[in-house]
Design a protein around this ligand. Structure first.
Ligand SMILES: Cc1cc2nc3c(=O)[nH]c(=O)nc-3n(C[C@H](O)[C@H](O)[C@H](O)COP(=O)(O)OP(=O)(O)OC[C@H]3O[C@@H](n4cnc5c(N)ncnc54)[C@H](O)[C@@H]3O)c2cc1C
Length: 322
């Protein structure tokens, strides 16, 4: 049996992506568990405390709880640096099959994302498409805060969730009934929109919500998206993946046996994850039905958007005409 941690990653360089929202709770969690990583992440965060809703270029602003985002490439780089510092052995290639790993290692932590191979080891998974079709793009324009942009078209409303993740770049997640090119979207929203050359995120698709009946089998345990996905409109997947990892480590330290530790991990995490998945479904449904509320007065439209799924208790804002 091995006495060290080994990570297989087949795509260390290819995970550039755009930005990812990291709520303050994530930094608190890192500060408590891996303070050196928290110190490394903190200066790279783009932070904001207000939200802008722009509908047909008319803007409405409100103060919202503090939020932050980071470039995925930066987060990955800092995580790898921490792995190096902790003596983790990295194998930059396709992981062996789960059953082979299970017979060679004490514990196999399966963290291979939403397209996980877990079903090949007998995990029972369900995938449901939720929310409207979307594309995951970026914008080279500096945004100063989280901005929802809604524009009416002959095909109904196109809605973008845009936020800064550095001084000069932002994530631009866009939803609508029909696929549109980045050039069309640039004209529609008045922001320079670009695909990610390293990924196929610019392909329009619907979000795949993943649930798994039991998160462990023998000495294999699932964490992060391999165990559960949560609709992107509540920006929680990375947060939940970090929390899974922390609770797994704490459960291993607290329980007397591997079996008990893996049960404790799932007992602790499943109710939290299911609550987020419920919020994610409500949020996805709101964006699917945006055409029904598009013509409400802007303040009511914005309040509905920001309180969907109970995101924020009360909102009050100010409007700026187009
Ligand atoms: C459009 C969209 C927007 C999102 N926005 C946010 C957001 O703002 N905030 C947020 O918190 N979350 C967001 N998420 C969710 C977030 O991306 C995921 O929840 C998070 O990345 C999950 O982390 P993970 O480590 O479990 O999986 P991943 O990040 O998918 O990592 C899995 C890793 O496993 C590797 N891998 C897979 N199979 C193998 C194999 N066989 N061998 C070797 N390596 C393998 C992959 O290369 C990859 O690096 C968003 C998701 C989507 C779809």
């Amino acid at each position: 049996m091995a006495d060290h941690a080994v990570v297989w990653e087949r795509n260390r360089k290819g995970t550039a992506g755009f930005g990812v929202i990291l709520p303050p709770e994530v930094l608190d969690l890192l500060r408590r568990t891996v303070p050196r990583l928290a110190d490394a992440v903190s200066p790279h965060l783009a932070r904001w405390e207000k939200t802008c809703v722009s509908r047909n270029r008319e803007r409405w602003m409100t103060a919202t709880p503090p939020m932050a985002a980071i470039a995925r490439s930066t987060l990955n780089r800092l995580l790898w640096r921490e792995c190096d510092a902790q003596g983790v052995v990295l194998r930059e290639r396709e992981a062996p099959k789960l059953p082979a790993l299970a017979s060679s290692y004490d514990l196999v932590v399966c963290a291979d994302g939403a397209g996980s191979q877990a079903h090949q080891a007998g995990f029972v998974t369900t995938v449901e498409e939720i929310g409207p079709p979307y594309a995951w793009l970026g914008t080279a324009q500096s945004l100063d805060t989280l901005t929802f942009l809604a524009e009416s078209t002959v095909d109904g409303c196109y809605m973008a969730h845009a936020y800064p993740f550095s001084d000069s770049a932002g994530t631009f997640l866009v939803e609508g009934r029909r696929a549109r090119t980045p050039t069309d979207l640039t004209a529609l929203f008045g922001l320079p929109v670009r695909p990610d050359p390293a990924r196929d995120n610019s392909v329009w698709r619907r979000f795949r919500e993943r649930t798994v009946r039991s998160w462990s089998r023998g000495n294999i345990v699932l964490v992060g998206d391999s165990a559960h996905t949560v609709h992107y409109s509540i920006g929680s997947g990375t947060h939940l993946a970090f929390e899974d990892a922390v609770v797994l480590v704490e459960s291993l330290a607290a329980a007397g046996s591997l079996h008990r530790a893996l049960s404790l991990y799932e007992e602790t995490r499943r109710p939290v994850v299911e609550q987020f998945q419920g919020l994610g479904r409500i949020s996805a449904e709101w964006f699917s039905r945006v055409d029904d509320v598009f013509d409400l007065p802007l303040s009511r439209f914005a309040a509905g958007l920001l309180t969907r799924g109970g995101r924020f208790g009360r909102v009050g804002g100010t409007s700026t005409p187009p």
